[in-house]
Design a protein around this ligand. Structure first.
Ligand code: BYC
Ligand code: FE
Ligand code: FE
Length: 471
C-alpha cells in the first residue's frame, strides 16, 4: 500500500476523497507546525537530518532514508493494511465483526483513550526539546530527531482518528493536544511521567527505554481494539516504537560500556573524576524512570480497564495468542497488595486486574533489557548488577502510592525515606554532575567521553557519516 506524497498530507486513507476531513486536517496542520516550531526540537530548524520516512506501510517497504530539512518533514497518516474479515477477539462482542465506525455507546470511552494516548506524543517532544543542544554525537542527534518526528507523527495518528470519527468534539480535542504542555502548571499533560523533565541525555535514554516501552504495551493493547481504525493505526505505530526502545536500550548500554571501561582503566568505581557516570548513579536513574513508568499502567484494580476490556475497546497484550475464554468473567489474577506493613500476593477478578497484568508483562520486558546491560558489566569482569526496584517503590498511582517503600519493597517510615532516599533516587548532585557532562559533540564520528560508540551506524552507514548537516 503506497503513500500519496503529492498530497499536502501524505496518507494511505484516501484523504483526497474525504473533503471534510481533509479540510479539518489542513486547518489543524498550521497549528501543529507552529507548535513544532515553538516547542519542538530547539535549534533544529536549519538542520538537514538523515531520517527515515514512511513511504509504504508494508512490513519491509516503509523505511526510506534520506536527508530532510527538519521543518519539511512529511508528517502523514498511515494505517497498517486492513485484515480480511477481522473479528473482535475478546469481551462481550467477541466473534462479531470489528467496527469501522464508533458505536454511540462507546464514544466517550474511546475518545478518552485516544486523547490520553495522543497527549503523550507531543508531551515527549516537549520534554526532549533542549537535548539537541548537548548531543553526545551526530549519530545520537539524528536518533533524537528521528524519535521526535515519529512522536509528532503519532500525534497525527490520534488526531486523524479524532477528526475522522468524533465530529466537533474530536476537532476540539485535536486543538487541546497543542494547548496542554508538559510541566505546565495550569494545563499539564494528562499522565504523570509526561510532566517530568528530560533534562539530559542519560534521562533521554532512560525515558526511551522505560517510558517508550509503556508505549509499546499500551499500543499493543489498543491494537487489539474492536474499533478497527484504532487497531490499524496502532499496529503501524508499533513498528516505529521499536526504534525508540532501541535508542534507549543501546543508549544506556553504551553508557554502561564506557563506565566499565573507565573503571578498569583507572582501577576504581569512582569514575566521575574521569568523566564517566558511576554505576550507582545509573542505578538511581533506573529507579526513577522505572517507577515513574510503572505508574503509567494505572491502578492495580481498575473498573475503567475492566469496562474497556468487556466492551472490546482495549485488549490485553497479544490477546489472540492467550489461551483462555477472552471473557474473563470467571478468572482470577494474582495482584500484589498491602497487608499492614507487608506486601503480599493477593487475588482479584482478572477483569479488574487488566492493568496489573499489562504491568507484569512490561516488568518482564524491562528485566530482559536490564539483563543485557548486566551482561556488559559481567563481560567487563566487574562484580556489580543492576536491579529493577520493587513495584512498591516510589509510586504515585495505585495501592503503593499510600506508603513509602525501599527498592527491595520493604515498607519504610517517612523519616527513613527522608533520611535514605538519596541512596535510591537521583540527587540534585547527581543531576548537576550529569548536566556538567552535557557538552555538544558535533564532529562526525566523535563521541562524548561518557558514552561508548554504538556497534554500528544507521542504515549501513559508517559511524563517521554526517548524520546531521548544519546549514
Ligand atoms: N497519571 O482506573 P485507573 C506512549 C488516572 S506511552 C495521571 O487505574 P485506567 C509514549 C486515570 O486516568 C502510552 N493519572 O485508570 C511513550 C483515572 O482517572 P479518573 C500512553 C493517572 O483508565 C513515550 C484514575 O487515575 N498510552 O505512548 O484504568 C513517548 C484511575 O485510574 C495515571 C496510554 O496510556 C497516571 N500515570 O488506566 C511518547 C493508553 N494513571 O477516571 C509516547 C491510553 C491513572 O479517576 N490510556 N490515572 O479521572 C489508558 O489506557 C488508561 O488511561 C491508563 C490508566 C492505562 C493510562
Ligand atoms: Fe509514540
Ligand atoms: Fe515512542
Amino acid at each position: 500500500m503506497s503513500i500519496d506524497y503529492t498530497d499536502r498530507i501524505p496518507n494511505n486513507v484516501d484523504l483526497a476523497d474525504d473533503r471534510r476531513l481533509q479540510r479539518a486536517l489542513e486547518k489543524w496542520q498550521p497549528e501543529y507546525l507552529r507548535w513544532w516550531r515553538e516547542l519542538g526540537p530547539e535549534g533544529s530548524h536549519d538542520l538537514e537530518v538523515y531520517l527515515r520516512t514512511a513511504i509504504s506501510v508494508e512490513s519491509k517497504g516503509w523505511a526510506n532514508f534520506g536527508y530532510v530539512r527538519m521543518p519539511d518533514y512529511r508528517w502523514g497518516i498511515f494505517l497498517a493494511p486492513p485484515e480480511d474479515d477481522r473479528r473482535i477477539a475478546f469481551g462481550q462482542h467477541k466473534g462479531e465483526p470489528v467496527w469501522q465506525e464508533v458505536p454511540g455507546e462507546y464514544r466517550a470511552d474511546l475518545r478518552r483513550l485516544i486523547v490520553t494516548q495522543g497527549d503523550t506524543e507531543p508531551a515527549s517532544v516537549e520534554q526532549q526539546r533542549h537535548l539537541g543542544l548537548t548531543c553526545p554525537s551526530l549519530y545520537d542527534l539524528r536518533n533524537l530527531f528521528q524519535v521526535n518526528v515519529e512522536e509528532g507523527r503519532h500525534l497525527w495518528a490520534m488526531v486523524y482518528l479524532l477528526q475522522a470519527h468524533f465530529g466537533r468534539d474530536g476537532r476540539e480535542e485535536a486543538e487541546a493536544m497543542l494547548e496542554r504542555h508538559s510541566g505546565d502548571p495550569d494545563k499539564p499533560r494528562i499522565l504523570g511521567a509526561f510532566n517530568e523533565e528530560t533534562p539530559d541525555w542519560l534521562s533521554f535514554f532512560m525515558f526511551t527505554f522505560f517510558t517508550d516501552r509503556d508505549g509499546k504495551y499500551q499500543l499493543a493493547s489498543l491494537a487489539e481494539s474492536a474499533f478497527d481504525p484504532l487497531s490499524r493505526t496502532c499496529r503501524f505505530m508499533l513498528t516505529e516504537e521499536a526504534h525508540h526502545m532501541f535508542v534507549g536500550e543501546t543508549g544506556v548500554g553504551r553508557v554502561v560500556d564506557r563506565t566499565c571501561q573507565l573503571m578498569r582503566e583507572h582501577g576504581t568505581d569512582d569514575v566521575r573524576p574521569h568523566g564517566g557516570i558511576d554505576l550507582l548513579t545509573l542505578q538511581r536513574y533506573i529507579n526513577f524512570h522505572y517507577s515513574v513508568s510503572l505508574d503509567l499502567f494505572g491502578q492495580e484494580l481498575s473498573t475503567n480497564a475492566a469496562n474497556y476490556y468487556t466492551t472490546g475497546l482495549k485488549g490485553r497484550f497479544q490477546e489472540t495468542r492467550i489461551d483462555d475464554d477472552h471473557l474473563l468473567t470467571e478468572s482470577r489474577y494474582t495482584v500484589a497488595e498491602l497487608k499492614g506493613d507487608a506486601v503480599v500476593q493477593g487475588e482479584a477478578p482478572a477483569l479488574t486486574a487488566i492493568n496489573e497484568r499489562l504491568r507484569d508483562a512490561y516488568i518482564d520486558d524491562c528485566q530482559r533489557g536490564v539483563d543485557r546491560w548486566n551482561k556488559v558489566i559481567a563481560d567487563a569482569g566487574i562484580d556489580f548488577r543492576f536491579t529493577l526496584p520493587h513495584r512498591a517503590f516510589h509510586r504515585r498511582i495505585g495501592t503503593f502510592s499510600e506508603v513509602k517503600a525501599d527498592p527491595d519493597g520493604r515498607i519504610v517510615t517517612e523519616a527513613e525515606w527522608d533520611r535514605r532516599h538519596h541512596e535510591w533516587m537521583p540527587t540534585p548532585e547527581d543531576r548537576a554532575f550529569i548536566k556538567s557532562l552535557m557538552r555538544p559533540v558535533t564532529e562526525p564520528g566523535k563521541m562524548a567521553g561518557w558514552i561508548a560508540p554504538p556497534a554500528r551506524g544507521i542504515d549501513g552507514r559508517p559511524l563517521d557519516f554526517e548524520y546531521v548537516r548544519f546549514g
